[in-house]
Design a protein around this ligand. Structure first.
Ligand code: NAD
Ligand code: UDP
Ligand code: UDP
Length: 316
């Protein structure tokens, strides 16, 4: 198949492009390099079934494809809050354009949505029927609310225009190729540990997240794209950790002597998050395979290489 991956030069997108090229598809990777990088897709650039298109999804584009994985959008709080209006345009206008494209060429479109649609959730763990608890006017709203609107647009193109759509709600995902300046907790802690700096924990560190290794997520994405289910599906790893536990694990794996420094909790930071993945299990027979400890080591090895530290994290 001919497949478009928007945001294909980003962290998740680059792994997805690799997976799809590996399966024999022709892949068009569309990216404006806002947070992505050519380095992420360097191994693919010479491949005859891979093509890079430098383009901003806010602008319309004419292409002929059969599948659209729509990932283009900054994902880390630091990046999406740097220019919130641009984030809203990317998420809303970008999704509108991709749905218009899908309608015109009768392509199937998968929207990369997020667990952030549940906001600071009052239901735990989060299942797909929960409508969420989202502040409409806070610093995270540009991301949360525009992803919610992207889901609404996707369902309306499906109902009104018969566009074949899929929606995944991605929970915190990590792995090789996360940007070292990304600001997300896994990349921050690993970079700090490799450099021998204190580990930064925001708030009292008792808030929780559930961390999914990127290869597990990509399998779930491809599985859902090729299923016939159109309502949103959670994809994530149900293992739930406090940020203190995560920092301890990173310390143990990379650099046991490091201190932790506590910094102020950013506003509207969700207190708890864990996916209920019963639906994905039932529909796709999918569940994550990579344990946090193993995934963190693989991620740390990649960071060590990129930072030129020559440090091989020790398996304790
Ligand atoms: P990322 O920042 O590494 O990737 C996003 C990619 O989109 C980058 O390559 C960036 O350059 C590109 N992009 C941004 N704005 C664009 C625009 N206007 N036009 C074209 N390209 C643009 O982030 P990621 O973690 O790979 O996230 C990918 C998708 O998954 C995003 O839609 C994000 O919301 C979603 N998601 C990720 C996570 C996670 O934990 N990583 C969790 C929930 C949802
Ligand atoms: N669009 C696009 N590529 C296409 C078809 C549409 O980028 O191949 C854009 C189009 O410019 C519009 C959006 O997608 O901004 C929605 O298109 P649709 O046809 O649904 O609506 P309309 O063009 O009637 O507003
Ligand atoms: N966090 C932290 N230290 C950091 C970066 C983030 O303690 O250096 C916290 C952050 O406040 C949040 C959690 O870790 O409670 C996950 O943050 P991230 O930005 O990775 O993702 P999100 O908040 O979008 O789930």
């Amino acid at each position: 198949m001919r497949i478009l991956v928007t945001g294909g030069a980003g962290f998740i997108g680059s792994h997805l492009c690799e997976r799809l090229v590996g399966a024999g598809h022709e892949v068009l990777c569309l990216d404006n390099f806002y947070t992505g990088s050519r380095l992420n897709i360097a191994p693919l650039l010479a491949h005859p079934r891979f093509e890079l298109i430098r383009h901003d999804v806010i602008e319309p584009i004419l292409l002929e494809v059969e599948r659209i994985y729509h990932l283009a959008c900054p994902a880390s709080p630091v990046h999406y809050q740097a220019n919130p209006i641009k984030t809203i345009k990317t998420s809303v206008l970008g999704t509108l354009n991709m749905l218009g494209l899908a309608k015109r060429v009768r392509a199937r479109l998968l929207l990369a949505s997020t667990s952030e649609v549940y906001g600071d959730p009052l239901v735990h763990p989060q299942h797909e029927e929960y409508w969420g608890h989202v502040n409409p006017i806070g610093v995270r709203s540009c991301y949360d609310e525009s992803k919610r609107l992207a889901e609404t647009l996707t369902m309306d193109y499906h109902r009104q225009n018969g566009v074949d759509t899929r929606i995944i709600r991605i929970f915190n995902t990590y792995g090789p190729r996360m940007s070292e300046h990304d600001g997300r907790v896994v990349s921050n802690l690993i970079v700090q540990a490799l450099q021998g700096d204190a580990l930064s924990v925001y708030g009292n560190g008792e808030q929780t997240r559930s961390f999914c290794y990127v290869s597990d997520l990509v399998e779930g994405m491809v599985g859902l794209m090729e299923s016939d289910y159109t309502s949103p599906v959670n994809l994530g790893n149900p293992g739930e950790y406090t940020i203190n536990e995560l920092a301890d694990l990173v310390r143990q794996l990379i650099n046991p002597g490091l201190p932790i420094v506590y910094r102020p909790l950013p506003s509207d930071d969700p207190r708890q998050r864990r996916p209920d993945i019963s639906l994905a299990r039932r529909l796709l027979g999918w569940q994550p395979q990579v344990e946090l400890r193993e995934g963190l080591l693989l991620t740390a090895e990649d960071f060590a290489r990129r930072l030129g530290r020559g440090v091989r994290p020790s398996l304790i």
